[in-house]
Structures are given as C-alpha cells and as structure tokens.
Write a protein that binds this ligand. Structure first.
Ligand SMILES: [Zn+2]
Length: 278
C-alpha cells in the first residue's frame, strides 16, 4: 500500500465524507440496541474530528441506514460465515463503509479489511465489531465505542502504531513515534524504542484500554485521505466530498472530555478482556 499511496493520483482532499451502512445481527433479543448504534456513529464523528484529543482528520461518517437481521449463526460466527453474511447484507461500492455489529470471540473485538484489498475481494470489504464494544456495552475497558474507531482506521488504510516494532518503516506515518509492542491497559507513559519520542499510547491505533485512547495524528489523517483517493473515493466522486465542512487540521476547538459511557439496559453483565482488537 505504501508505494501506491506515494503515487496517489491528484490532490488530497481536506475532507472526506464516508457513506455508512450499519448491519446489526441479533440472536433473538440479544444484540445491539438502536440507541447504542446511533451513539456509536456520534462517537465515530467526534473521534475523527479530534473532539477527544489530537487533530481533526477531516474524515466524517454519514449514516445512510441501519439494517437488523435476526440470524443466530451470523450473530455468533460472523467471521466463519463471513461470505454468506456479507454477500447478503453489503451495500454500495468501494466508498461505502459497511459496519457489521455482531458477536466475536473472547480475544478479538473487531476485524477490518484494508482498502487495497477491495479490488481483489469487494464483497468482503467492511468492518465487523463486537456489539458489546459499542458505547455503554458490556465489555469493561472496551466500551467507549473506540473499537469501531480503531477498526475503521484500518478500513481507511492505517496500520497499528506498533507495526514493525522499532524498525523502519514503523507504521509509515511520520508523526507517530516507533513502538516495540502493543500497549496494554492504560500506563502513565511508555518508551519502548530508542528512537526519539514516547510511545503513542493514547493513539486510537494502539491497543490500550478505551479510557486511555483519545487521538489520531495529522500524519494519520493525511494517510487516510490519501488512501481514500487512491482506493475508495476516486471512482465515485460526488459521494466523496462534503460541502460546508469546517475545522480542518490543527484548528479544532472545544474539545469534549471523554465521559464514562452511559450504561444501557438490556446488555449482559460486564466481561473482562485483557486486550485484543483486530
Ligand atoms: Zn487493529
């Protein structure tokens, strides 16, 4: 992907608006409530706008619709049954984010495809997240909705901040310092490589607990918008540019503190997971 991004066609847009379809899988009454799904969309737009910290990436999400499908097999095994589930539910082209909300295993909270996979496998393009990671969900330490923020970062072309450890090219983003391994929990500070800079433990593309995460960097915002014109938005201009969007890189105002999510009724008891996102 790096070479393709270096040779991207044309100018990089300052803003990108991603059409979003959310597909909620359920097993009877078990599954994500609509209120949590809508709260997830709000969290996505606030995170990518830099409202919790970091920069405004210029990326926004526009909800086109929510589908609900009662299918206990797709709900319980969305990766094993990825092909029939996505073949049936997926909407739009390379520019449309299809977010599937179902139940994953104990070690993986989410799974995303990369933009450069689209051409080879358009049908499987999209992001799957565990319903208990939505804001107010049952997964303690991972229920602010930031698993969705993280996985969609992959869908937009970002890799983990610890990619390649302390070695070049790291995550191929200039303003995220090298990081030897994933961050666990929520440490005060961490410096795992001799290269300059502390580990980016508050970055959405690390593995820290949700309360520890709050930011993307300007370099990550640029890479996502480069990937957008290279792989996703270029073929369907008109869907891709937002008009009237303000507040570009470095001009954020009025950051909002990350508040503990409001508990939602109808969710299972809290579970504890040591870590793990796709
Ligand atoms: Zn990941």
């Amino acid at each position: 992907m790096n070479a393709a991004l270096r040779n991207h066609p044309g100018p990089i847009p300052a803003t990108v608006t991603v059409p979003l379809w959310i597909h909620v899988l359920t097993d009877g009454v078990t599954g994500a409530p609509d209120a949590a799904v809508r709260e997830q969309v709000t969290v996505l737009n606030q995170a990518y706008a830099g409202r919790y910290g970091g920069v405004d990436t210029g990326v926004r999400f526009e909800l086109r619709g929510i589908t609900r499908t009662d299918n206990k097999d797709w709900f319980r095994n969305p990766l094993g049954l990825e092909d029939p589930m996505k073949s049936r539910l997926r909407k739009g082209g390379s520019e449309t984010l299809n977010l599937y909300v179902s139940q994953l295993g104990e070690l993986v909270l989410g799974y995303a495809t990369y933009p450069n996979w689209y051409t080879g496998n358009p049908r499987h393009d999209g992001v799957v997240i565990d319903w208990r990671t939505l804001p107010g969900g049952a997964l303690r330490n991972f229920n602010f909705g930031f698993t969705g923020v993280h996985e969609i970062g992959h869908w937009l072309g970002l890799v983990h901040t610890f990619e390649n450890g302390c070695s070049e090219p790291g995550d191929s983003v200039d303003d995220t310092p090298f990081q030897a391994t994933p961050t666990e929990g929520c440490p005060e500070t961490r410096n795992s490589c001799t290269a300059p800079g502390d580990d980016p433990i508050h970055n959405f593309m690390d593995y820290a607990h949700d309360r520890c995460m709050n930011q993307f960097t300007a370099g990550q915002g640029l890479r996502m918008r480069q990937a957008w014109v290279t792989y996703r938005g270029g073929v369907t201009a008109g869907l891709t540019r937002s008009s009237g969007m303000t507040g570009l890189l470095g001009t954020q105002s009025g950051q909002v503190p990350i508040a503990p999510p409001r508990p939602l009724t109808g969710l299972a008891d809290s579970l504890f997971l040591p870590r793990g996102r796709g």
